[in-house]
Write a protein that binds this ligand. Structure first.
Ligand SMILES: [Zn+2]
Length: 141
């Protein structure tokens, strides 16, 4: 089973090739940045291994408590490691936490325009690509 650093090295090696290709194809730098930030978050923080006592969950420090229900709900390397819906479930889980925190702090929800940005979509795609590479490496080893 590959460890946290093996996943990071694998992901960043693949992403370096993706980013180089995107840069070569003259992709908008802001869009590439949004994709890269999502990829970074998906590789280092919102990984499929949040379902176990992994380095990723330990790195969250006290915020780790937010992921205890997630960890209790998902068995390690089962549905959380599904390429199709594993990342989507994690994104929804974190979105709900963020919306609740936002509501607690500001007593209202953010305007709908925040959710329909191409940059947010690229950010989410970056997370999904990172999670997919994680699962592929887990399947290989
Ligand atoms: Zn894993």
């Amino acid at each position: 089973m590959p460890g946290y650093n093996a996943h990071r090295i694998f992901n960043y090696a693949i992403f370096a090739a993706i980013a180089a290709l995107a840069w070569h194809e003259s992709v908008n730098p802001k869009q590439l940045l949004a994709l890269s930030v999502g990829f970074y978050i998906g590789t280092d923080f919102i990984t499929p291994d949040l379902d176990t006592e992994s380095t990723a969950i330990k790195r969250l420090g006290r915020l780790k408590i937010l992921f205890l229900p997630y960890k209790w709900t998902f068995t390690h390397r089962q549905s959380s490691h599904n390429i199709v819906y594993g990342a989507v479930v994690r994104i929804l889980y974190i979105s709900i936490i963020m919306l609740v925190l936002y509501y607690v702090l500001f007593k209202s929800f953010p305007s709908g325009t925040v959710f329909f940005s191409a940059y947010i979509l690229l950010f989410l795609i970056g997370i999904i690509i990172a999670n997919t590479l994680h699962v592929l490496l887990d399947v290989i080893f």
